[in-house]
Design a protein around this ligand. Structure first.
Ligand SMILES: Nc1ncnc2c1ncn2[C@@H]1O[C@H](COP(=O)(O)OP(=O)(O)OP(=O)(O)O)[C@@H](O)[C@H]1O
Ligand SMILES: [Mg+2]
Length: 256
């Protein structure tokens, strides 16, 4: 399903946060939204979901998600927020099962298939051993993977992941991004992630959108967006940028 954002403006607290943002994420492709802290990346994902008021056009497969009931929207788009609040007293398995809610009839209970999907996702994310653990007993990275598990259990066509790798060790970063990419290739998922690791962004995404000051400063394939000059201008960082073995840019921080 293609995600289209056209001329999006968002104001929060009376202040413009996003201005004239346009982007198209073709069905089955992966776009990473990058940019410095506070530039509006999370706000952009929330606007796509219709969770914050916006002006302009946002459509997923031609439909306005904000106009759908939450249950209908949750069958199309799964969203893993950057800092979710997790309910206390719930186990990892039951929390993952919440991802199946859009498919469970009102007043009904989950079925064997819902439990099988939840168990499969937990297994793929290395979380099977934690299935019975209460959420409040998890480490930061485990919590983050559980939030992703819930989103994947929704089995939607579109995934919006807000900083899915931030608290993860390098092995789990690769595991999560590879899993998302496998799902994208196997099921044609459309993926939009925000991500601070620019090398990882360039390794996995088809296109990058660099937001700066709430506007699109650059967009397109990674090699064109991740330049030394752009990273210096928009992040205030000194990096060396070299093509990796696959031609995608690899950034190395340099001390001034
Ligand atoms: N509810 C709100 N009311 C007022 N301002 C808000 C609100 N939510 C976010 N903002 C502001 O909007 C701007 C964009 O926030 P957003 O969370 O989208 O940034 P971000 O690019 O995701 O940053 P980060 O890299 O730190 O995650 C920030 O300046 C933030 O302080
Ligand atoms: Mg954010």
């Amino acid at each position: 399903m293609t995600v289209r954002v056209r001329d999006l403006d968002v104001e929060l607290g009376g202040r413009p946060v996003l201005s004239a943002v346009s982007l198209t994420v073709p069905a089955g492709s992966w776009t990473a939204v990058i940019g410095p802290n506070g530039t509006g990346k999370s706000t952009l994902l929330r606007a796509v979901l219709g969770l914050v008021p916006s002006r302009g056009g946002v459509t997923v497969a031609g439909a306005d998600l904000g106009a759908l009931k939450p249950r209908e929207r949750a069958r199309i788009v799964a969203y893993a927020p950057q800092s979710p609040s997790l309910p206390a007293g719930m186990t990892v398995f039951d929390y993952t099962l919440l991802g199946r809610s859009p498919y469970i009839p009102h007043l009904g209970r989950e079925g064997a298939r819902d439990r099988a999907v939840a168990a499969d996702v937990l297994g793929r994310l290395d979380l099977a051993g934690l299935a019975g653990r209460p959420l409040e007993h998890l480490s930061g990275g485990e919590r983050q993977r559980v939030v992703l598990a819930r989103a994947l259990a929704q089995q939607t066509s579109v995934l919006l992941l807000d900083e899915p790798t931030t608290s993860l060790d390098i092995g789990h970063q690769q595991q999560v991004l590879e899993l998302v990419d496998q799902l994208r290739l196997a099921d044609g998922l459309t993926v939009v992630t925000t991500i601070h690791d620019l090398t990882l962004a360039g390794q996995y995404a088809d296109d990058l959108v660099l937001l700066s000051g709430g506007r699109v400063a650059a967009a397109g394939p990674p090699a064109g967006v991740l330049t030394r000059a752009a990273v210096a201008e928009h992040f205030g960082a000194r990096v060396r940028v070299e093509p990796g073995p696959d031609g995608r840019p690899v950034l190395s921080p340099e001390r001034p």
